[in-house]
Ligand binder design. Structure first.
Ligand code: IMP
Ligand code: MG
Length: 175
């Protein structure tokens, strides 16, 4: 796979500002509570690391990993969990943190999965939202940026496991 042509969509500064705003809203909504924040590996790891350092609410972290087949750009129809959390969430306030909502399949699956364990509350925070690409109805509670179609890389997001390390978010010009 050769180097892809890409253009900056959101700069580090724009991301930082938006992450701060999201964290401020979350801190306000959960004031006085103790949150369990669940990051979806691998894509959400950078966003989550930045987000929790701006959140002013006591929190614990855990991670879940969902596999989607292939290493290209199309999300798999079938969601399979390959790593579950290790924290008991019954009666707790839980916030799932995701890099990007695309078809909505992953988050719909995870919300159902975690709801069965009876958390006190369960919400979702996604840095990016490609609303038009939904295959199933799904609304995140906190969204950083809503955008049209386009494949994004950087700031944790990959294309075939590449580009996660880039500090800005890029759109790939041609897949
Ligand atoms: P969904 O289940 O289709 O909503 O897919 C969500 C997952 O697909 C995300 O967690 C990402 O890992 C991946 N994904 C979707 N769109 C993009 C993108 O533009 N860049 C990188 N990964 C993406
Ligand atoms: Mg992901």
């Amino acid at each position: 796979m050769g180097e892809k042509q890409k253009a900056i969509l959101y700069t580090q500064d724009q991301i930082k500002k938006r992450v701060r705003e999201l964290a401020a809203k979350i801190s306000k909504d959960y004031a006085g509570s103790e949150l369990i924040i669940i990051g979806i590996l691998k894509g959400a790891f950078i966003f989550m690391a930045d987000l929790i350092r701006e959140i002013r609410v006591e929190c614990q972290v855990d991670f879940v990993r969902c596999a989607s087949y292939g290493t290209g750009s199309e999300s798999s129809e079938k969601v399979v969990m390959t790593k579950d959390i290790e924290t008991a969430i019954k009666g707790r306030d839980v916030l799932i943190v995701e890099d990007i909502v695309d078809t909505g399949l992953t988050l719909k699956y995870l919300v159902e999965w975690f709801k069965e364990r009876s958390p006190r509350s369960l919400k979702v925070c996604a840095l990016l939202d490609k609303r038009k690409r939904r295959k199933v109805a799904f609304e995140a509670d906190y969204v950083g940026f809503s955008m049209e179609d386009g494949f994004l890389v950087g700031y944790g997001l990959d294309y075939g496991e590449r580009y996660r390390f880039l500090p800005d978010i890029y759109v790939i010009k041609q897949l």
